[in-house]
Ligand binder design. Structure first.
Ligand code: ZN
Length: 156
């Protein structure tokens, strides 16, 4: 069957940035499973899944506006180190800050940390190499839970 709304899709992928560096890959791991139309993958990839079937291999190029969003400079802020309650703050650290989500420490200079609230892949054009391994209809139980059961999905 071809991928359509509420299909359970199982696939392998390798994600590269514009320079060809590998950011993530399922190769050597379990393939990823999701329900088409449930926004479990970025919109640009979900859109390009439509109509494919098991065995298909394709490359999906996803611009930031259909991926993890454009880079937003207003999400950068400099925070004095004495605001971190005595905790060590180093470049590359990530932490959760209340309702604002995940922040990454971009640099530590002059007693301040530069915090970045953008998704790590904001502003990046995503190049997915996709291999569809299975397509089937979702069960009523999967649709009511909003996720896939079995291989590549939830086990409960
Ligand atoms: Zn479930």
């Amino acid at each position: 069957m071809n991928i359509t709304w509420n299909s359970v899709v199982t696939f392998h992928y390798t994600l590269r940035d514009e320079e060809g560096d590998t950011l993530d890959s399922s190769i050597g791991k379990d393939p990823f499973a999701f329900i088409q139309g449930s926004h479990q993958i970025v919109p640009g990839l979900e859109q390009q899944m439509e109509g494919h079937k098991a065995g298909d291999k394709f490359t999906a190029v996803v611009k930031p506006d259909m991926g993890y969003g454009e880079f937003d400079k207003s999400l950068l802020q400099r925070v004095p180190l004495d605001r971190f309650g005595g905790n060590t703050v180093e470049q590359g650290m990530q932490f959760q800050a209340g309702e604002h989500g995940i922040f990454t420490v971009r640099e530590v200079v002059d007693g301040h940390a530069l915090l970045d609230g953008n998704h790590p892949l904001a502003g990046v054009t995503l190049n997915f190499e996709v291999e569809i391994t299975d397509v089937r209809e979702a069960t009523a139980e999967e649709l009511s839970h909003g996720h896939v059961h079995g291989p590549g999905g939830h086990h409960h």
